[in-house]
Design a protein around this ligand. Structure first.
Ligand code: PMP
Length: 418
């Protein structure tokens, strides 16, 4: 056994050929103890108040308030009174669960309303959307049923895990992030080899917060007769003149073959969706394994319909979000920290070394700031970073407090760009 606990990551325990499941779990348990003994366990901390600019977490039986950057509730809609009211009305009317899968009785009128609402949000016909119980399954279930052994999925290497999982039954090739030459090469050699070719990218990438080179990618894909799928969970509600996301910004809303997304971020709830043409949409509704075998989103999802309306009715939330993003990013940049190429609400502070990142994560917690330390496999091994999501709910005092903590950390640990 060669795993070194000081440099190990969670992934190193996934498969150790000489160890069975009990031995791997035992070894992993020791790794967690090692992390705890060094104050590095910033994961699965117990939130006792809900998602907001500040929240309480319980660490070592101490319940304290922290400024939070760990939530993708970008517009703060989990706490919006009108969204809560609509969710509560849903529960009052229907109860707390649906008790069945969509195909056999779990499809309620609020699911129907939501499908139509989200299709309309993207300017599509009302039967061009399918909803799923999570964003993860919107990606994985859709790809699993559409893409088979005669086909090929061509993925930007930085797409979400759910996209990779959806490719279990098909051929899959990845191209380096946003690299058009590599993509064209794969498209060229695939053109006459596979039945269906599908290029999958994220609108906004979840670890760097940068956007896809979607216009060029779209043109290339079409040149080689490939479909295009864009997972825009971190762009919808944030980018684009009216908040329709990366594709609105790129002028491609009515062009790409599949838009996938989530209701768990901007819309403050739970669930996912796929926008496509009406024939593929009904194929998914009857053929996707998740639609056949897994229960539908609970009645509190009625709140999503209100959240979608609020994007147009209350643009103030998107304005507040952008003011916060610009202020916070400038503050970090002014300290000399490396925020990379973000152009969204996801702001990383790149550290590089994993152990240094853990130390910084620990200091941030000690000083009352809750962030996400991100390491391999979410990013490359030497690219560890502190990842933060800015929301419309942050006040200037929250951002200033955090900037001060980063300033102190930088003075102590010299994390500014050289
Ligand atoms: N795609 C991306 C790019 C994501 O970041 C996430 C969530 N982290 C998902 C899909 C899955 O969405 P959900 O959490 O709603 O399952």
């Amino acid at each position: 056994m060669t795993i070194d606990f000081t440099t190990a990551t969670f992934k190193d325990f996934e498969n150790i050929p000489e160890y069975d499941i009990a031995q791997r779990a035992d070894y992993f348990y020791q790794f967690l103890d090692h992390m705890k003994s060094r104050g590095h366990m910033n994961y699965r901390l117990k939130n006792t108040t809900g998602t907001n600019a500040t929240l309480n977490i319980n660490i070592a039986n101490q319940n304290k308030e922290y400024v939070s950057f760990v939530s993708s509730d970008y517009l703060g809609f989990t706490q919006h009174p009108k969204v809560k009211e609509a969710a509560i009305e849903g529960i009052a009317k229907y109860g707390t669960g649906t008790g069945a899968t969509p195909l056999i009785g779990g499809y309620f009128d609020y699911h129907y309303a939501l499908e139509r609402k989200i299709a309309g949000f993207f300017g599509r016909d009302e039967d061009e959307a399918v909803i799923f119980t999570t964003g993860y399954t919107a990606n994985s279930a859709t790809l699993q049923i559409l893409m088979q052994k005669e086909d090929i999925a061509i993925l930007d290497m930085a797409v979400h895990a759910s996209v990779h999982e959806g490719c279990a039954f098909t051929n899959k090739k990845t191209f380096p992030h946003n690299n058009l030459e590599a993509l064209e090469h794969i498209l060229k050699i695939s053109e006459n080899t596979y039945r269906t070719k599908l290029v999958v990218v994220d609108g906004v990438y979840s670890q760097d917060g940068d956007t896809s080179r979607i216009n060029e990618i779209y043109d290339l894909a079409k040149k080689y007769n490939a479909y295009v799928m864009v997972d825009d969970v971190h762009g919808v509600g944030i980018l684009g003149e009216t908040g329709r996301g990366t594709l609105e910004q790129a002028g491609l809303l009515d062009k790409v073959d599949f838009i996938t997304g989530t209701f768990s971020k901007t819309f403050g709830n739970l669930g996912g969706f796929v926008i496509t043409n009406k024939k593929i949409a009904s194929f998914l509704k009857f053929q996707s394994r998740q639609q056949i075998f897994s229960a539908t989103a609970p009645p509190s999802s009625a709140g999503i319909v209100k959240a979608i309306d609020l994007i147009d009715e209350e643009p103030i939330w998107r304005e507040r979000l952008w003011n916060n993003i610009n202020y916070f990013k400038k503050g970090l940049d002014d300290l000399g920290l490396d925020t990379g190429i973000t152009c969204s609400a996801i702001i990383p502070v790149k550290i590089g070394d994993q152990n240094k990142m853990w130390d910084i994560g620990r200091i941030l917690i000690e000083k009352g700031v809750y962030t996400n330390p991100i390491m391999y496999p979410a990013v490359a091994r030497k690219d560890a970073r502190i990842r933060m999501s800015v929301t419309a709910r942050h006040e200037k005092e929250h951002l200033d407090k955090t900037l001060n903590v980063f300033d102190d950390i930088n003075k102590k640990l010299h994390i500014a760009k050289k």
